[in-house]
Design a protein around this ligand. Structure first.
Ligand code: GLC
Length: 743
């Protein structure tokens, strides 16, 4: 039992400055020796204190709040804080930790910087629709710079949860349904947060956190926190890849998910947190729980009480208890009674201290607390420009009958809808420290662009409820205009955490008003603001044009305006399938063929509905442009792919319209016969190209055997020789195809 030695602070500061001299060479072995030198000074209480994170009272992102977190910091019982930001507040709390706790170990400061800190970018699902990895990385980079400038050194992102469940509100935080695209985006986000060479000592990089590990995106019935039950094969081939990609990109923290997987809640799941995450994926960072997830093991029914829950978590490989106070209350006694080996505690604390050293916090605990830098970097013009750029690239043109869009500047426009006049909703869920004081709404920006006198506005109706009293005024306003823009969709609170829906239609009576407006016989443009795929069957039948704008962020009003008036030619493509109705859910492009596929010649005995087509309203990878593109047939460098060889597949894409435009060219494969059934398509590549009007460009995809690997019948991971189809096209449902053989 270590005696508590009250070292005068000065000697500890001297001690840490000695560590500092090593810090110039922060190689892993140097850091490990420094970590050990600190660990050897720590009491068991102080070790457990490092395994604890509490929310400040600045923002609450879960069901509980502790009032005495500042006292816990002072006593060394809390080594990490989240939901606290600004240099002033972080400095205040850091000072208490460094100067008033016995050892003065600096705090980590975490926050949900998901799609921006102050400058807010489109929600992550929207960003993913840009298919622009550079833009997505830029968004994470700007987010990291503003977060770091505001005192933060850790973000709880990227969210890497694959999902085919539009009922689940958290699809808004992810990158859609596809494992390949989701993996590319996860890596881009980690690079953005941690910097290209993962130099966490750089004071403008922050620690990334891979969440929610694992398979949180597949709750039964799309109900948040609900049971996840899937085959190990589906988990490994469809849900694991983005987490793995983020870890391979260097992310140094992982957050456990609330859900169970195969009967074991993630936070107590040793297979997930140790066997898979550390031993197979080689993860070297630390694991933090989601908010009170240890406590919730009792509700799950795998622990009789919180003490047992803590035992399960620490033995599963969970290093840090977020907000649950379970490690704080029970771990010490469990070590003292021999239920937990102190070595396990030491390993967890080592992993946490190592990251603090990598961040340079022992060098300078106040390195993120520069008030001048905060003032200079937050909302910097180049950040706002980046947010505008990403917002435009995220938007998806779903319909454009009779080339209704783009609008002509100076046309008399009626703008209708509560969302048109909302700034708050533009930011979406998980808006971090984003504020809307200086922002402009879509209506504001259309007026600025098109001239106040050319824009009429009427709210028409609220986003929710059945109050139709505003209909008449909206219709009267629309009668005076040449064209009508109606902004409809969900409130920003209707997606994100704890926001599942059973009905995924546009809420309230917005669509009813849309239909009445269309009955006036004027062109009607719908701008959508939503955080999930919606059932847009009625809107698709009514509107002449539909622009999916998601929740486009701080610069969203300007971005929508520039797209509507053709200053930017929309190039986004859906990364989640939009169903015809919720009865089709789950519906996704990489389905299996089944034994009775829809194309069988008989009318009855096949996998279909009697009341709805099998096809979605808008498929994965779909999005229109103000121009048109034509694809040539695919040419292959060879029709045989040898074991260590490669095939080059080439198409020529031509811009056959009158406007320059960007096109996402998508490449899919299908394994025709396997030891298990295989998806009818799997995305294996994409390239976003710029084409001037009339310009043609060859696009080449290189196919190698490793891209075709999967978990086979015996669960070994590898490829199986045989016949494959290869598809290249403008969406998962609109492709050219050819075939090749894998030897
Ligand atoms: C929430 C979310 C998680 C977030 C955490 C901290 O419950 O599930 O995504 O990072 O708590 O705010």
């Amino acid at each position: 039992m270590k005696k508590i030695i009250f070292l005068p602070v000065i000697s500890l500061l001297f001690f840490f400055s000695a560590c500092k001299s090593h810090n110039t060479d922060a190689g892993p072995d140097k850091i490990d020796s420094k970590v050990d030198s600190v660990l050897n000074l720590m009491t068991l209480d102080e070790k457990i204190g490092q395994m604890v994170i509490y929310t400040s009272d600045w923002d609450v992102t879960g069901p509980t709040l502790k009032s005495n977190y500042i006292d816990d910091i002072r006593k060394g019982n809390c080594g990490n804080i989240f939901n606290a930001h600004t240099t002033a507040y972080v400095r205040k709390l850091q000072k208490i930790a460094v100067e008033e706790s016995r050892l003065g170990i600096p705090l980590l400061f975490g926050y949900d910087v998901i799609h921006g800190h102050k400058t807010i970018f489109p929600i992550s699902l929207g960003e993913s629709a840009s298919w622009d990895l550079e833009a997505i990385e830029k968004s994470a980079r700007v987010s990291a710079v503003e977060a770091a400038a505001s005192g933060l050194n850790w973000t709880f992102a990227p969210m890497c949860d694959i999902s085919v469940e539009p009922r689940w509100g958290r699809v808004s935080e992810g990158a859609g349904e596809d494992p390949y695209l989701g993996s590319k985006i996860a890596a881009a986000r980690v690079h953005g947060f941690q910097g290209d060479n993962n130099d966490l000592s750089d004071s403008l990089t922050i620690l990334a956190c891979v969440k929610h590990f694992a398979a949180y995106g597949a709750p039964i019935a799309g109900r948040d926190y609900n049971t996840v039950d899937m085959s190990k094969r589906v988990f490994l081939d469809a849900y694991l890849p983005p987490y793995k990609s983020a870890i391979d990109a260097g992310a140094m923290s992982v957050m456990t998910s609330f859900n169970e997987l195969d009967g074991v809640p993630a936070t107590a799941n040793k297979y997930l947190m140790t066997d898979l995450l550390r031993n197979q994926l080689g993860f070297k960072g630390f694991v933090v729980t989601d908010y009170t997830a240890i406590n919730e093991l009792v509700n799950h029914g795998v622990a009789a009480n919180e003490a047992e829950a803590g035992l399960l978590a620490v033995k599963a490989g969970v290093d840090m208890d977020m907000q649950g106070e379970v490690y704080f209350k029970y771990l010490k006694k469990q070590v003292e009674s021999g239920q937990v080996d102190e070595k396990l505690i030491d390993e967890a604390v080592r992993r946490i201290l190592k990251v603090k050293f990598m961040l340079g916090l022992f060098d300078d605990p106040y390195k993120y607390c520069n008030a001048e830098r905060e003032k200079r970097l937050v909302y910097a013009p180049e950040h706002l420009q980046a947010a505008l750029d990403v917002a435009k690239k995220s938007m998806v043109l779903l319909k454009n009958a009779n080339n209704t869009l783009p609008l002509e500047k100076g046309e008399k426009i009626a703008v209708i809808g509560e969302l048109a006049n909302s700034k708050r909703d533009l930011l979406g869920s998980w808006k971090a420290a984003g504020d809307w004081d200086f922002m402009k709404s879509i209506l504001d920006e259309i007026k600025t662009y098109n001239g106040e006198n050319n824009v009429l506005y009427s709210e028409g109706c609220k986003m929710m409820g059945d109050d139709r009293s505003g209909f008449a005024a909206a219709i009267a306003t629309a009668r005076k205009a040449q064209k009508i823009i109606m902004v409809i969709g969900e409130s920003c609170d209707w997606s994100g955490e704890a926001a599942s829906r059973t009905n995924i239609q546009v809420p309230g009576v917005q669509t009813e008003l849309l239909e009445k407006l269309r009955a006036l016989g004027k062109p009607v443009v719908v701008v959508l603001m939503n955080g999930r795929p919606l059932d847009l069957t009625r809107e698709d039948q009514t509107a002449d044009a539909i622009l999916e704008a998601w929740f486009p962020g701080t610069m969203g009003g300007k971005a929508v305006t520039q797209v509507l008036f053709g200053e930017y030619n929309p190039s986004g493509k859906l990364t989640m399938t939009f169903p015809r109705n919720v009865g089709q859910v789950p519906i996704f492009y990489y389905e299996k063929n089944t034994g009775r596929p829809i194309y069988l010649p008989n009318d009855k005995y096949k996998s279909k509905y009697i009341d709805c087509p099998n096809t979605p309203l808008y498929p994965f990878g779909y999005g229109l442009s103000y121009t048109t593109f034509e694809y040539s047939d695919i040419t292959l460098s060879s029709n045989t792919l040898k074991e260590n060889g490669k095939i080059e597949a080439t198409v020529t894409v031509k811009n056959t319209g009158s406007r320059d435009g960007d096109e996402v060219v998508e490449c899919y494969v299908r394994d025709l016969v396997g030891s298990i059934t295989r998806p009818v398509k799997e995305l294996k590549g994409f390239e976003k190209i710029k084409l001037k009007a009339g310009e043609s460009k060859p696009v080449i995809f290189t196919i190698t055997p490793d891209m075709l690997a999967f978990h086979q019948l015996d669960m070994s991971y590898g490829t199986e020789p045989g016949d494959y189809k290869l598809f290249i096209g403008t969406s998962s449902a609109d492709v050219k195809e050819t075939s090749f053989k894998l030897e």
